[in-house]
Every structure is written in structure tokens, then in C-alpha cells.
Design a protein. Sequence first.
Length: 117
Amino acid sequence: QVQLVESGGGLVPAGGSLTLSCAVSGRLSSIDALGWYRQVPGKQRELVAVVTHSGSTNYADSVQARFTISRDNAKNTVALQMNNLEVEDTAVYFCYLRSWSTSHEYWGQGTQVTVSS
């Protein structure tokens, strides 16, 4: 069973920084994409950033200049460095994984990020 465990969420003032981490465990032959999505109540879950096995990245326009995603293929971990946080970044952040062999998607339980004004 594949599990994604997030850590690093919390409360931070606007302009501050946080780093989210996600560790993948369980039986999985190979991982294609790892990344982060976020969701606020009443809205759809949206892409924040994703990185493929080859290192290609994709960011939401709203975070492009402020967030950095990184991945350790040997350890099956992914991190999201968030700088210059804005109140609008407040959301539950979910770790995301897509399997290489099956394209099945997996999700973490989510971690709350709250940015105060």
C-alpha cells in the first residue's frame, strides 16, 4: 500500500517562508510525477507545482516566482520551498504522486498552511 505523508505546514505571517515535505512509502515500482496541489473550502483542488522523474517542473502562475519544488528520487521524497507567502496561499496542501507504470494517482492526507496578514 502506497502512503504519502506530508509535514511542514503551519501558520506564518505574510512575507514569510515555509517548507513542505512529503515522504512516499510502500510498494511502488516507479514514480513518474511528484508534486503539490492545494485546496480551499468551496473551490476545486488546484495544481501548485509538479516535478517529473526527469526533473521537468511545472508551476502555477501564481507561485512561479516564489515557490521551488525539489525531488529526491533515491529517497522518494518531494519538498516545496515557499517564499514570500501571501494570504492567498492559505489552503490545505496535498502531496501528489503519479505512478509510472499504471498512471495511478495517489494523494497525501493534506497539511494546512495559513498565512496571516
